[in-house]
Design a protein. Structure first.
Length: 635
């Protein structure tokens, strides 16, 4: 930890009387703000242990989450997905690992797919393996679920089943009843582990944002409804208090739209398979996930192909909580025996023998509700725009831990010098101790940038909480136009919209379209910038040397399909370095053409101070140039 915040001073912050602790709250906010901005790494910070999102979480679940917070950024837990088991009780993967390294992974993940398949596992073999791994080998247990559709074709890939997730989250439909029935089947298995006091990392509905599984085929809104249905069933009806909930996206794009919410996620576990098979630290992905969750959630690798090199993790300060290598050829072929041996022997990597006795590990206790707290800094926002992630406020005890039980009505207000006002649902009830303001934006009558804005949260019986400062503007976003068919952008567009959150478009299916995104970039710093472009089909990024449209030149292009699971690991979509002056406006344009298939678009940049923003926030763009009439470019 930095010298200005030692472990001893962290202890004092958490244990001092409430009036004194108010003095330290800005320090904690600085930690979260710095982490979210990519300025600070968990490798040099003590991550504040919080309570699991499940109300009334078991002592075992609280102890496990507390242990994770204790080692976060300092060590990485070795995990392995389990394949076919042999007669000695170990899978082929585990035998290979122990024969190669002399060790076993600390974390073992299994797949509950067989419990809802036509050939249902009625012998409860996986649960028995999990009990053995936890009770006899003292390892950590995780489960994923390749959920075969409960009606129509019993498959999990979208292309193989016609099961409709939109109907599955609609009460009264046969699909809804079928989903609830499967929930009860799986919950019955997990209850056996709860009753045996085994905490479980529960990683359901994984890779939804890739849309290749049926639970992602309908887009983010029905997916999030399905996640919350499962949470309510498991935590409420079945009282599965032993679960640690892991949200596991399968691509590095469109993440904000798919996030189930701070009230329903303990850990974000990215599924990471670098297309070029490298063993890099994936620091860029780690930083993006930290920014996405404002530094308030533990970040891990839910699945991985090649194991990341621990030496590179330390060098890059990529503080992944754990890795979990997929089974079969992914383990055998993507990491060589020499690399596997080296990685498992690295002191940064925790294997089975390194785990403490979690039965004696005291998890964070929670007291009575004493305060409100913003979960991370709101972040800068465009004039008239909304935040990429919902604003969240937690009810906390005197030690800063979320109080999950009880319901409070939290109201949001703004302290804005420019006369801006908030709009949307500004009074919401807490769920699992968290109030989520998902549709809040800043009224469009804001006329100018405001560099020192704050939000205030209030609730009856609790002291008010003030957010970290953020900036409104100076920009209001970008104009987004779409045409049906491959057009030259001269005809009136078929669709118009405004990008006022960030420079990204969601993953979706498209047929024969063209699009143009345009506006003026307002440089926040002076110096050299580098842009990164990712998209499907043909995409071009044009940037002017000034405000004039005619000054624009093409600085980056994707000429063929770039798989969105690959970006930003491929460097061919990066621009050359571009020199910009702070406060100056530069004409900016994206052109996109695609005949069919999955389409997506993301634009990132690296600023002169070394920070990277993925995607570029809309507050750095202006829809029109106030100094001159808005031209209609014709090329």
């Amino acid at each position: 930890m930095p010298g200005w915040l030692s472990m001893a001073s962290h202890y004092k912050i958490m244990t001092c009387p409430p009036l004194q602790r108010r003095f330290y709250r800005p320090v904690r906010m600085l930690i979260l703000t710095g982490l979210a901005a990519g300025l600070l790494s968990p490798a040099v910070l003590a991550f504040p242990a919080d309570t699991p999102v499940t109300p009334g979480a078991s002592p075992e679940a609280r102890a496990l989450l507390g242990y994770f917070a204790d080692i976060y950024g300092k060590k990485i837990i070795a995990g392995q997905h389990d394949g076919w088991r042999l007669t000695n009780g170990l899978s082929e993967e585990l035998i290979y690992i122990t024969n190669t390294t002399g060790k076993l992974p600390a974390l073992l993940e299994m797949d509950l797919s067989g419990y809802t398949s036509p050939r249902r596992d009625r012998e409860h073999r996986l649960v028995q393996h999990a009990l053995d791994w936890s009770q006899n080998r003292h390892g950590l247990v995780a489960f994923c679920w390749h959920w075969r559709a409960p009606m129509n074709e019993p498959e999990f890939y979208s292309k193989d089943t016609t099961f409709d997730i939109a109907r599955a989250v609609t009460p009264g439909t046969p699909e809804y009843a079928a989903v609830e029935n499967d929930f009860d089947l799986i919950a019955g298995e997990l209850e056996c582990l709860r009753d045996a006091h085994v905490p479980v990392l529960w990683r359901p509905l994984h890779e939804a944002n890739g849309r290749w599984f049926w639970w992602g085929a309908g887009g983010p809104e029905p997916f999030k409804k399905l996640w919350r249905m499962m949470f309510e069933n498991f935590a409420g009806r079945h009282q599965l208090t032993n679960l640690i909930w892991v949200f596991s996206p399968g691509a590095e794009t469109d993440l904000a739209a798919w996030y189930p919410g701070d009230a329903f996620v303990d850990i974000v576990g990215q599924d990471h398979y670098p297309m070029d098979g490298n063993h890099a630290s994936a620091k860029d992905v780690f930083t993006e996930l930290c920014q996405l969750t404002r530094g308030c959630k533990l970040i891990a690798l839910g699945e991985n192909g090649p194991i990341p090199d621990p030496a590179l993790l330390e060098r890059d300060q990529a503080g992944w909580l754990f890795f979990c290598t997929w089974s079969g050829s992914i383990l055998f072929d993507k990491t060589s025996p020499a690399q596997l041996r080296e990685y498992y022997q690295n002191p940064r990597v925790l294997t089975l023998r390194d785990l403490p006795d979690l039965k004696t590990f005291a998890g964070p206790a929670v007291g009575k509700a004493a305060a409100l707290a913003f979960l991370g800094a709101p972040g800068d926002v465009a004039v008239g725009g909304r935040w990429r992630m919902p604003l969240t406020v937690a009810v906390q005890d005197e030690r800063g831990r979320t109080v999950r039980e009880g319901t409070y009505s939290v109201t949001l207000a703004a302290e804005l010098r420019s006369g801006a006002v908030l709009s949307g649902s500004l009074s919401v009830p807490t769920v699992n101790g968290v109030a989520e303001f998902g549709d809040v934006n800043l009224a469009t009558r804001v006329g100018a940038s405001d560099p020192n804005c704050r939000l205030v949260a209030t609730a009856a019986g609790l002291p008010a909480s003030t957010s970290a400062a953020f900036t409104v503007g100076p920009g209001d976003g970008l104009k987004w136009e779409q045409w049906n068919g491959a057009k030259d952008f001269l005809a009136p567009p078929d669709h118009r919209s405004i990008m006022n959150t960030a420079l990204e478009s969601p993953v979706q299916l498209a047929t024969n379209f063209s699009a143009r995104i345009q506006g003026w970039l307002i440089a926040p710093q002076s110096g050299e910038y580098q842009f990164g472009l990712a998209g499907a089909g043909r995409v071009e990024l044009w940037l002017g040397t000034g405000e004039e449209v005619a000054s624009a030149g093409k600085i980056a292009a994707v000429t063929g399909r770039t798989p969105y699971r690959k970006w930003p690991h491929a460097s061919e979509t990066d621009s050359a370095m571009v020199t910009l002056a702070a406060g100056h406006r530069y004409y900016f344009e994206i052109r996109q053409w695609q005949d069919r298939g999955s389409t997506q678009l993301h634009v990132r940049w690296r600023l002169p101070d070394g920070r990277e923003e993925r995607p570029i926030p809309a507050c750095h763009f202006q829809i029109s140039n106030p100094a001159k009439p808005d031209p209609a470019p014709s090329r």
